[in-house]
Design a protein around this ligand. Structure first.
Ligand code: SF4
Ligand code: SF4
Length: 120
């Protein structure tokens, strides 16, 4: 999914007047399952957090973009696209592949939730 989006967001998001990463704090998006998976591979991401004057900017938005490793971004950051990204995915012929990968990811997320919620 990252590969599919990299070719689009690198250009499109630079021009965006309402960049999603600076318009909504990510704390509500970084769910328990995101965090558990993250911690399987990495130390706590405290040092990756950035102090912003703007209260709506994501804590992980740094000068070069997202400070989280590309394969460890919260599920919503990867699977929810704005209409501009979706339009480009359609125009580039990547929407079907993106949707298939998104459904695979939703299935994995459900499995993770089941594991987490069944733990005593
Ligand atoms: S994903 Fe869409 S809303 Fe977010 S910065 Fe890029 S163009 Fe803007
Ligand atoms: S975690 Fe990264 S991709 Fe997601 S909103 Fe924050 S800066 Fe953007």
């Amino acid at each position: 999914m990252r590969d599919l989006l990299d070719g689009i967001t690198a250009v499109l998001c630079k021009e965006c007047k309402a960049s999603c990463c600076s318009c909504m704090p990510v704390e509500g998006w970084f769910t328990e399952s995101d965090y558990f998976i993250y911690r399987m591979f990495y130390d706590p991401p405290f040092e990756l957090r950035v102090q912003h004057d703007n209260e709506t900017s994501c804590a992980f938005l740094c000068a070069r973009g997202c400070s989280l490793p590309a394969d460890m971004r919260p599920f919503p950051c990867v699977k929810v696209n704005c209409k501009f990204v979706n339009q480009r995915l359609v125009a580039d012929g990547g929407m079907k592949e993106f949707d298939n990968l998104k459904h695979e990811m939703i299935g994995l997320q459900k499995q993770i939730w089941e594991i987490i919620s069944n733990k005593d």
